[in-house]
Design a protein. Structure first.
Length: 155
């Protein structure tokens, strides 16, 4: 039936699952299956059309994707604020973010995590009106957000 390699692997998976369930049952906090920025978000979700309207009304637009993705193509006027640089860049941006009527964050690549993490980070620091869109860059472009691509050097 089960090969000689599958039996030990199956035993390990069953043992690890039992330990994880036991830990979550007996520990008050347990281990969440989703990060708090997804399971207990402090920000509000916004669809792409409402996000465009907020930006037209003066909201700051933040691109939470990696810097390399930002440099290839982005929404015109978006501020680069990837998760990896939050602690460094927040100090430079906090006054502008506090004065803005709202902050709209995009950054959907393989998951919604980058935008959600940035939204959670900003909300935890007292920025009130934080909106996160799950839209991908193509969705933003189709909704009417103007795009910016780097200028190519003439050779």
């Amino acid at each position: 039936m089960l090969g000689p390699i599958l039996k030990p692997c199956l035993a390990i998976v069953i043992f690890a699952s039992a330990m994880a369930i036991g830990y979550n049952l007996f520990m008050p906090g347990g281990l969440p299956f989703l990060p708090p920025e997804i399971s207990r978000p402090l920000w509000r979700e916004i669809d792409v059309r409402d996000a465009l309207q907020k930006v037209k009304e003066g909201a700051v637009l933040i691109d939470a994707r990696l810097a390399g993705d930002f440099n290839v193509k982005r929404v015109r006027g978006a501020v680069k604020l990837p998760v990896q640089d939050l602690d460094h860049l927040y100090g430079l941006l906090q006054n502008s973010l506090r004065k803005a009527p709202a902050v709209v964050i995009y950054g959907h690549t393989f998951s919604t995590f980058p935008a959600a993490a940035v939204g959670q980070y900003l909300r935890e620091r007292g920025i009130e009106k934080i909106y996160v869109t799950h839209a991908r860059l193509d969705d933003l472009e189709q909704a009417g957000f103007p795009m910016q691509e780097p200028k190519r050097r003439a050779e």
